[in-house]
Design a protein around this ligand. Sequence first.
Ligand code: FAD
Length: 388
Amino acid sequence: MPPKPKYDYIIAGGGCAGLSLLMHMLAESSFRDCSILLIEKDAKQSNDRTWCYWEKGDGLFDSIVHAKWNKAWFHSNGYSALKNLHPYQYKMIRGLDFYRHCHQCIERFPNVSIVRESVVDMGQTPGGAYVQTDVDRYECSVVFNSIQLHPPVVSSDQYMLLQHFKGWIIETDAPAFNPNEPILMDFRVDQHAGTTFVYVMPLSDRRALVEYTLFTKELLNDQAYEAGLERYVKEQLQLSQYTVVEREFGIIPMTNYRFSPGEGNIAQLGTMGGQTKPSSGYTFRFIQKHSAAIVQALKQGKHPLIKRPAMDARFFWYDSVLLHLLHKEKMAGARIFSLLFKRNPIDRLFSFLDNESTLLQEAILLNTLPQWPFMKAGWEELTKPTRN
Ligand SMILES: Cc1cc2nc3c(=O)[nH]c(=O)nc-3n(C[C@H](O)[C@H](O)[C@H](O)COP(=O)(O)OP(=O)(O)OC[C@H]3O[C@@H](n4cnc5c(N)ncnc54)[C@H](O)[C@@H]3O)c2cc1C
Protein backbone atom coordinates (compact mmCIF):
# COMPACT_ATOMS: atom_id res chain seq x y z
CA MET A 1 0.00 0.00 0.00
CA PRO A 2 1.42 3.47 -0.82
CA PRO A 3 2.20 5.53 2.29
CA LYS A 4 -0.53 7.94 3.28
CA PRO A 5 0.23 11.53 2.26
CA LYS A 6 1.56 13.84 4.89
CA TYR A 7 -0.06 17.23 4.42
CA ASP A 8 1.64 20.56 4.74
CA TYR A 9 -1.33 21.94 6.67
CA ILE A 10 -4.43 20.50 8.26
CA ILE A 11 -7.26 22.87 9.04
CA ALA A 12 -9.40 21.28 11.74
CA GLY A 13 -12.88 22.84 11.73
CA GLY A 14 -14.37 24.39 8.62
CA GLY A 15 -16.44 27.15 10.22
CA CYS A 16 -15.69 30.84 10.15
CA ALA A 17 -12.04 30.68 11.25
CA GLY A 18 -11.00 27.54 9.35
CA LEU A 19 -12.59 28.66 6.08
CA SER A 20 -11.36 32.25 6.51
CA LEU A 21 -7.78 31.07 6.94
CA LEU A 22 -8.10 28.81 3.91
CA MET A 23 -9.50 31.65 1.79
CA HIS A 24 -6.70 33.96 2.89
CA MET A 25 -4.18 31.23 1.94
CA LEU A 26 -5.77 30.55 -1.44
CA ALA A 27 -5.74 34.25 -2.27
CA GLU A 28 -1.92 33.93 -2.33
CA SER A 29 -0.26 32.07 -5.20
CA SER A 30 2.51 30.85 -2.86
CA PHE A 31 0.10 28.38 -1.18
CA ARG A 32 -1.09 26.72 -4.36
CA ASP A 33 1.64 24.07 -4.23
CA CYS A 34 0.96 23.21 -0.59
CA SER A 35 -1.16 20.21 0.32
CA ILE A 36 -3.95 21.24 2.64
CA LEU A 37 -6.56 19.05 4.32
CA LEU A 38 -9.76 20.53 5.75
CA ILE A 39 -11.56 18.38 8.31
CA GLU A 40 -15.13 19.36 9.15
CA LYS A 41 -17.88 17.23 10.60
CA ASP A 42 -20.87 19.14 9.20
CA ALA A 43 -22.08 19.70 5.65
CA LYS A 44 -22.44 23.45 6.45
CA GLN A 45 -25.65 23.69 4.41
CA SER A 46 -27.72 25.69 6.82
CA ASN A 47 -27.78 29.38 7.57
CA ASP A 48 -26.73 28.81 11.18
CA ARG A 49 -25.55 32.39 11.86
CA THR A 50 -25.28 35.89 10.48
CA TRP A 51 -22.10 37.90 10.91
CA CYS A 52 -22.18 41.65 11.33
CA TYR A 53 -19.00 43.67 11.62
CA TRP A 54 -17.63 47.08 10.79
CA GLU A 55 -14.80 47.51 8.34
CA LYS A 56 -12.90 50.32 6.63
CA GLY A 57 -12.85 49.94 2.85
CA ASP A 58 -13.07 46.61 1.05
CA GLY A 59 -12.68 43.17 2.62
CA LEU A 60 -11.95 39.70 1.27
CA PHE A 61 -15.62 38.74 1.56
CA ASP A 62 -17.22 41.85 0.08
CA SER A 63 -18.68 39.88 -2.86
CA ILE A 64 -20.99 38.02 -0.45
CA VAL A 65 -21.92 40.93 1.80
CA HIS A 66 -25.70 40.64 2.11
CA ALA A 67 -26.24 44.22 3.26
CA LYS A 68 -24.11 47.16 4.33
CA TRP A 69 -24.76 50.51 5.91
CA ASN A 70 -23.00 53.87 6.22
CA LYS A 71 -24.92 55.08 9.25
CA ALA A 72 -26.67 53.51 12.23
CA TRP A 73 -28.86 54.45 15.17
CA PHE A 74 -27.92 54.16 18.80
CA HIS A 75 -30.78 54.39 21.31
CA SER A 76 -30.95 54.40 25.08
CA ASN A 77 -33.24 56.12 27.54
CA GLY A 78 -32.21 59.75 27.28
CA TYR A 79 -29.92 59.49 24.26
CA SER A 80 -30.67 58.67 20.63
CA ALA A 81 -28.51 59.48 17.65
CA LEU A 82 -28.10 58.49 14.04
CA LYS A 83 -24.34 58.00 13.75
CA ASN A 84 -22.40 58.48 10.56
CA LEU A 85 -20.10 55.44 10.50
CA HIS A 86 -17.50 56.91 8.12
CA PRO A 87 -14.73 55.78 7.58
CA TYR A 88 -16.32 52.43 8.47
CA GLN A 89 -19.22 50.55 6.96
CA TYR A 90 -21.31 48.11 8.92
CA LYS A 91 -21.57 44.88 6.92
CA MET A 92 -23.63 41.72 7.18
CA ILE A 93 -22.78 38.28 5.83
CA ARG A 94 -25.15 35.31 6.01
CA GLY A 95 -23.46 32.14 7.23
CA LEU A 96 -24.81 30.01 4.40
CA ASP A 97 -23.53 32.44 1.75
CA PHE A 98 -20.13 32.36 3.42
CA TYR A 99 -19.92 28.54 3.54
CA ARG A 100 -21.10 28.18 -0.08
CA HIS A 101 -18.78 30.88 -1.36
CA CYS A 102 -15.75 29.34 0.37
CA HIS A 103 -16.56 25.80 -0.82
CA GLN A 104 -17.12 26.97 -4.41
CA CYS A 105 -13.74 28.65 -4.32
CA ILE A 106 -11.95 25.72 -2.65
CA GLU A 107 -13.27 23.29 -5.32
CA ARG A 108 -11.04 25.02 -7.85
CA PHE A 109 -7.89 24.08 -5.94
CA PRO A 110 -6.73 20.46 -6.40
CA ASN A 111 -4.17 20.92 -3.61
CA VAL A 112 -7.00 21.16 -1.04
CA SER A 113 -8.79 18.00 0.15
CA ILE A 114 -11.84 17.97 2.39
CA VAL A 115 -13.03 15.13 4.60
CA ARG A 116 -16.33 15.16 6.48
CA GLU A 117 -15.17 13.46 9.67
CA SER A 118 -15.29 14.17 13.35
CA VAL A 119 -12.02 15.09 15.06
CA VAL A 120 -11.49 13.23 18.31
CA ASP A 121 -7.88 14.05 19.14
CA MET A 122 -4.78 15.83 17.92
CA GLY A 123 -1.20 16.10 19.07
CA GLN A 124 2.41 16.67 18.17
CA THR A 125 4.64 14.33 16.16
CA PRO A 126 8.40 14.70 15.71
CA GLY A 127 8.54 17.65 13.31
CA GLY A 128 4.81 18.01 12.86
CA ALA A 129 1.38 17.17 14.21
CA TYR A 130 -1.42 14.65 13.77
CA VAL A 131 -5.20 14.75 13.82
CA GLN A 132 -7.21 11.68 14.75
CA THR A 133 -10.79 11.54 13.49
CA ASP A 134 -13.51 8.95 14.00
CA VAL A 135 -12.34 7.44 10.69
CA ASP A 136 -8.60 7.96 10.21
CA ARG A 137 -5.39 9.56 11.40
CA TYR A 138 -3.78 12.36 9.39
CA GLU A 139 -0.33 13.86 9.68
CA CYS A 140 0.99 17.25 8.65
CA SER A 141 3.55 19.92 9.43
CA VAL A 142 1.12 22.31 11.12
CA VAL A 143 -2.48 21.95 12.33
CA PHE A 144 -4.73 25.02 12.47
CA ASN A 145 -7.47 24.16 14.89
CA SER A 146 -10.76 25.90 15.65
CA ILE A 147 -12.45 22.89 17.26
CA GLN A 148 -13.13 22.89 20.96
CA LEU A 149 -11.88 19.48 22.09
CA HIS A 150 -11.75 20.44 25.77
CA PRO A 151 -13.98 23.15 27.24
CA PRO A 152 -12.08 26.05 28.85
CA VAL A 153 -11.89 25.87 32.63
CA VAL A 154 -12.57 29.40 33.82
CA SER A 155 -11.03 30.07 37.23
CA SER A 156 -12.94 31.80 40.01
CA ASP A 157 -11.20 35.14 39.44
CA GLN A 158 -11.91 35.19 35.73
CA TYR A 159 -15.25 36.25 34.28
CA MET A 160 -17.58 34.38 32.02
CA LEU A 161 -20.62 36.20 30.74
CA LEU A 162 -22.77 34.84 27.97
CA GLN A 163 -23.81 36.96 25.05
CA HIS A 164 -27.02 35.24 24.09
CA PHE A 165 -29.49 36.32 21.51
CA LYS A 166 -32.58 35.30 19.71
CA GLY A 167 -33.25 36.83 16.33
CA TRP A 168 -36.23 37.01 14.04
CA ILE A 169 -36.25 37.95 10.42
CA ILE A 170 -39.58 39.65 10.03
CA GLU A 171 -41.47 40.67 6.94
CA THR A 172 -44.27 43.19 6.59
CA ASP A 173 -46.75 43.78 3.76
CA ALA A 174 -46.30 47.55 3.79
CA PRO A 175 -42.98 49.45 3.99
CA ALA A 176 -41.90 49.53 7.63
CA PHE A 177 -38.11 49.98 7.66
CA ASN A 178 -35.63 52.46 6.34
CA PRO A 179 -33.11 50.15 4.62
CA ASN A 180 -30.34 52.73 5.08
CA GLU A 181 -30.75 53.08 8.84
CA PRO A 182 -30.04 50.02 10.99
CA ILE A 183 -30.20 50.16 14.77
CA LEU A 184 -26.86 49.08 16.19
CA MET A 185 -27.99 49.01 19.81
CA ASP A 186 -31.31 49.90 21.40
CA PHE A 187 -31.26 49.80 25.19
CA ARG A 188 -34.84 51.06 25.56
CA VAL A 189 -35.87 47.61 26.77
CA ASP A 190 -36.32 46.01 30.18
CA GLN A 191 -32.89 45.71 31.88
CA HIS A 192 -33.95 43.58 34.85
CA ALA A 193 -32.18 40.43 33.61
CA GLY A 194 -28.95 42.39 33.04
CA THR A 195 -27.48 44.23 30.06
CA THR A 196 -30.15 43.84 27.37
CA PHE A 197 -30.50 45.48 23.98
CA VAL A 198 -32.03 44.92 20.59
CA TYR A 199 -30.49 45.50 17.21
CA VAL A 200 -32.38 45.87 13.97
CA MET A 201 -30.76 45.27 10.59
CA PRO A 202 -33.13 46.29 7.78
CA LEU A 203 -32.67 44.20 4.64
CA SER A 204 -35.31 46.08 2.63
CA ASP A 205 -38.21 48.39 3.47
CA ARG A 206 -40.28 45.31 4.37
CA ARG A 207 -37.74 42.90 5.81
CA ALA A 208 -35.42 43.16 8.83
CA LEU A 209 -33.39 41.08 11.28
CA VAL A 210 -34.42 41.95 14.83
CA GLU A 211 -32.16 40.49 17.49
CA TYR A 212 -32.87 40.45 21.24
CA THR A 213 -29.48 40.30 22.98
CA LEU A 214 -28.28 39.95 26.56
CA PHE A 215 -24.89 39.93 28.30
CA THR A 216 -25.62 37.89 31.42
CA LYS A 217 -24.41 34.90 33.43
CA GLU A 218 -27.46 32.75 32.70
CA LEU A 219 -29.57 32.04 29.65
CA LEU A 220 -33.28 32.87 29.58
CA ASN A 221 -35.99 30.42 28.72
CA ASP A 222 -37.18 30.51 25.15
CA GLN A 223 -40.48 32.27 25.95
CA ALA A 224 -38.59 35.18 27.51
CA TYR A 225 -36.65 35.90 24.28
CA GLU A 226 -39.82 35.55 22.25
CA ALA A 227 -41.72 37.87 24.59
CA GLY A 228 -38.86 40.42 24.48
CA LEU A 229 -38.89 40.39 20.68
CA GLU A 230 -42.66 40.64 20.51
CA ARG A 231 -42.68 43.59 22.91
CA TYR A 232 -39.93 45.40 21.04
CA VAL A 233 -41.54 44.94 17.63
CA LYS A 234 -44.84 46.18 18.99
CA GLU A 235 -43.64 49.04 21.20
CA GLN A 236 -40.51 50.40 19.52
CA LEU A 237 -41.01 49.41 15.90
CA GLN A 238 -44.77 49.97 16.29
CA LEU A 239 -45.66 46.99 14.12
CA SER A 240 -48.69 44.84 14.67
CA GLN A 241 -48.82 43.05 11.31
CA TYR A 242 -45.71 41.07 10.45
CA THR A 243 -44.54 37.53 9.75
CA VAL A 244 -41.53 35.87 11.35
CA VAL A 245 -39.87 34.11 8.41
CA GLU A 246 -36.63 32.92 10.09
CA ARG A 247 -35.37 32.49 13.63
CA GLU A 248 -31.83 32.22 14.98
CA PHE A 249 -30.41 31.66 18.42
CA GLY A 250 -26.80 31.98 19.47
CA ILE A 251 -24.45 32.13 22.41
CA ILE A 252 -21.03 33.79 22.34
CA PRO A 253 -18.74 33.46 25.37
CA MET A 254 -17.58 36.80 26.80
CA THR A 255 -14.68 35.85 29.01
CA ASN A 256 -11.24 37.02 30.07
CA TYR A 257 -10.14 33.39 30.22
CA ARG A 258 -6.83 33.34 28.33
CA PHE A 259 -7.38 31.03 25.35
CA SER A 260 -4.10 29.50 24.28
CA PRO A 261 -2.81 30.61 20.87
CA GLY A 262 -1.59 27.02 20.47
CA GLU A 263 1.52 25.03 21.13
CA GLY A 264 4.28 23.50 19.04
CA ASN A 265 2.82 22.65 15.66
CA ILE A 266 -0.82 23.19 16.57
CA ALA A 267 -2.07 26.76 16.21
CA GLN A 268 -5.48 27.66 17.58
CA LEU A 269 -7.94 29.70 15.52
CA GLY A 270 -11.24 31.47 15.99
CA THR A 271 -13.07 31.52 19.29
CA MET A 272 -10.84 28.69 20.56
CA GLY A 273 -7.79 30.78 19.70
CA GLY A 274 -9.01 33.80 21.65
CA GLN A 275 -10.28 35.75 18.64
CA THR A 276 -13.58 36.69 20.30
CA LYS A 277 -13.39 40.17 21.81
CA PRO A 278 -14.21 39.50 25.49
CA SER A 279 -16.19 42.69 26.05
CA SER A 280 -18.23 42.73 22.85
CA GLY A 281 -18.36 39.20 21.41
CA TYR A 282 -17.33 40.49 17.99
CA THR A 283 -15.13 37.87 16.35
CA PHE A 284 -15.45 38.00 12.56
CA ARG A 285 -13.00 40.85 11.96
CA PHE A 286 -10.53 39.52 14.52
CA ILE A 287 -10.58 36.20 12.67
CA GLN A 288 -9.81 38.00 9.40
CA LYS A 289 -6.91 39.91 10.94
CA HIS A 290 -5.56 36.73 12.56
CA SER A 291 -5.85 34.82 9.26
CA ALA A 292 -3.98 37.58 7.43
CA ALA A 293 -1.24 37.56 10.09
CA ILE A 294 -0.83 33.77 9.84
CA VAL A 295 -0.55 33.93 6.06
CA GLN A 296 1.97 36.73 6.34
CA ALA A 297 4.06 34.71 8.81
CA LEU A 298 3.99 31.61 6.60
CA LYS A 299 4.99 33.63 3.54
CA GLN A 300 7.98 34.98 5.44
CA GLY A 301 9.00 31.46 6.47
CA LYS A 302 8.11 32.13 10.11
CA HIS A 303 6.26 29.86 12.48
CA PRO A 304 2.50 30.51 12.15
CA LEU A 305 1.83 30.40 15.87
CA ILE A 306 1.25 34.11 16.26
CA LYS A 307 2.36 35.47 19.63
CA ARG A 308 0.07 38.05 21.15
CA PRO A 309 1.38 41.54 20.38
CA ALA A 310 2.52 43.50 23.44
CA MET A 311 -0.38 45.98 23.09
CA ASP A 312 -2.80 43.05 23.35
CA ALA A 313 -2.23 43.03 27.12
CA ARG A 314 -3.54 46.60 27.30
CA PHE A 315 -6.75 45.76 25.44
CA PHE A 316 -7.16 42.57 27.44
CA TRP A 317 -7.04 44.71 30.57
CA TYR A 318 -9.73 47.07 29.21
CA ASP A 319 -11.86 44.04 28.37
CA SER A 320 -11.35 42.60 31.84
CA VAL A 321 -12.35 45.90 33.43
CA LEU A 322 -15.59 46.03 31.47
CA LEU A 323 -16.36 42.38 32.24
CA HIS A 324 -15.56 43.07 35.90
CA LEU A 325 -18.10 45.92 36.03
CA LEU A 326 -20.81 43.93 34.24
CA HIS A 327 -20.17 40.64 36.03
CA LYS A 328 -20.13 42.24 39.49
CA GLU A 329 -23.04 44.48 38.48
CA LYS A 330 -21.10 47.60 39.44
CA MET A 331 -22.38 49.53 36.44
CA ALA A 332 -25.17 48.92 33.96
CA GLY A 333 -24.11 48.04 30.44
CA ALA A 334 -26.77 50.43 29.12
CA ARG A 335 -25.05 53.35 30.88
CA ILE A 336 -21.55 52.39 29.74
CA PHE A 337 -22.51 51.97 26.09
CA SER A 338 -24.63 55.16 26.14
CA LEU A 339 -21.66 57.18 27.34
CA LEU A 340 -19.32 55.55 24.86
CA PHE A 341 -21.63 56.36 21.95
CA LYS A 342 -22.65 59.77 23.19
CA ARG A 343 -19.22 61.14 24.03
CA ASN A 344 -17.00 59.58 21.40
CA PRO A 345 -16.82 59.89 17.63
CA ILE A 346 -17.34 56.57 15.84
CA ASP A 347 -13.75 56.43 14.61
CA ARG A 348 -12.36 56.58 18.16
CA LEU A 349 -14.92 54.11 19.50
CA PHE A 350 -14.60 51.52 16.72
CA SER A 351 -10.80 51.65 16.67
CA PHE A 352 -10.86 51.12 20.46
CA LEU A 353 -13.23 48.16 20.12
CA ASP A 354 -11.01 46.79 17.32
CA ASN A 355 -7.90 46.93 19.58
CA GLU A 356 -6.42 49.40 17.10
CA SER A 357 -6.61 52.70 18.98
CA THR A 358 -3.62 54.73 20.14
CA LEU A 359 -2.83 55.39 23.81
CA LEU A 360 -3.97 58.98 23.36
CA GLN A 361 -7.33 57.91 21.89
CA GLU A 362 -7.78 55.47 24.77
CA ALA A 363 -7.00 58.12 27.38
CA ILE A 364 -9.62 60.44 25.83
CA LEU A 365 -12.18 57.65 25.53
CA LEU A 366 -11.69 56.43 29.10
CA ASN A 367 -12.13 60.00 30.27
CA THR A 368 -15.66 59.93 28.85
CA LEU A 369 -16.60 57.20 31.36
CA PRO A 370 -17.28 57.56 35.11
CA GLN A 371 -13.80 57.69 36.66
CA TRP A 372 -14.28 56.04 40.03
CA PRO A 373 -15.84 52.65 39.11
CA PHE A 374 -13.50 52.23 36.17
CA MET A 375 -10.40 53.17 38.17
CA LYS A 376 -11.35 50.86 41.01
CA ALA A 377 -12.10 47.93 38.69
CA GLY A 378 -8.99 48.76 36.66
CA TRP A 379 -6.79 48.65 39.75
CA GLU A 380 -8.30 45.36 40.95
CA GLU A 381 -7.74 43.75 37.53
CA LEU A 382 -4.21 45.10 37.32
CA THR A 383 -3.16 43.77 40.70
CA LYS A 384 -4.61 40.29 40.20
CA PRO A 385 -2.04 37.52 39.80
CA THR A 386 -1.36 36.91 36.09
CA ARG A 387 -2.80 33.70 34.75
CA ASN A 388 -2.04 31.45 31.76
C1 FAD B 1 -25.40 32.65 16.08
C2 FAD B 1 -24.09 33.41 16.15
C3 FAD B 1 -24.01 34.68 15.60
C4 FAD B 1 -22.81 35.39 15.63
N1 FAD B 1 -22.77 36.64 15.12
C5 FAD B 1 -21.60 37.32 15.11
C6 FAD B 1 -21.53 38.60 14.51
O1 FAD B 1 -22.53 39.14 14.07
N2 FAD B 1 -20.31 39.22 14.46
C7 FAD B 1 -19.18 38.65 14.97
O2 FAD B 1 -18.11 39.24 14.85
N3 FAD B 1 -19.24 37.44 15.57
C8 FAD B 1 -20.40 36.77 15.66
N4 FAD B 1 -20.45 35.52 16.24
C9 FAD B 1 -19.24 35.02 16.91
C10 FAD B 1 -18.25 34.31 15.95
O3 FAD B 1 -17.99 35.13 14.83
C11 FAD B 1 -18.76 32.97 15.45
O4 FAD B 1 -19.04 32.11 16.51
C12 FAD B 1 -17.77 32.30 14.51
O5 FAD B 1 -18.47 31.31 13.81
C13 FAD B 1 -16.57 31.70 15.26
O6 FAD B 1 -15.76 31.04 14.32
P1 FAD B 1 -15.01 29.68 14.69
O7 FAD B 1 -14.39 29.19 13.45
O8 FAD B 1 -14.18 29.89 15.89
O9 FAD B 1 -16.17 28.68 15.13
P2 FAD B 1 -17.22 27.99 14.18
O10 FAD B 1 -17.63 28.90 13.10
O11 FAD B 1 -18.27 27.45 15.08
O12 FAD B 1 -16.40 26.80 13.51
C14 FAD B 1 -16.02 25.63 14.18
C15 FAD B 1 -16.24 24.50 13.19
O13 FAD B 1 -15.74 23.27 13.76
C16 FAD B 1 -16.65 22.24 13.44
N5 FAD B 1 -16.46 21.19 14.44
C17 FAD B 1 -16.78 21.24 15.76
N6 FAD B 1 -16.41 20.10 16.37
C18 FAD B 1 -15.84 19.33 15.41
C19 FAD B 1 -15.25 18.04 15.42
N7 FAD B 1 -15.13 17.32 16.56
N8 FAD B 1 -14.78 17.52 14.26
C20 FAD B 1 -14.87 18.23 13.09
N9 FAD B 1 -15.42 19.46 13.02
C21 FAD B 1 -15.88 19.99 14.18
C22 FAD B 1 -18.01 22.89 13.50
O14 FAD B 1 -18.98 22.15 12.77
C23 FAD B 1 -17.72 24.26 12.89
O15 FAD B 1 -17.92 24.25 11.51
C24 FAD B 1 -21.65 34.81 16.23
C25 FAD B 1 -21.76 33.53 16.82
C26 FAD B 1 -22.95 32.86 16.77
C27 FAD B 1 -23.03 31.50 17.44
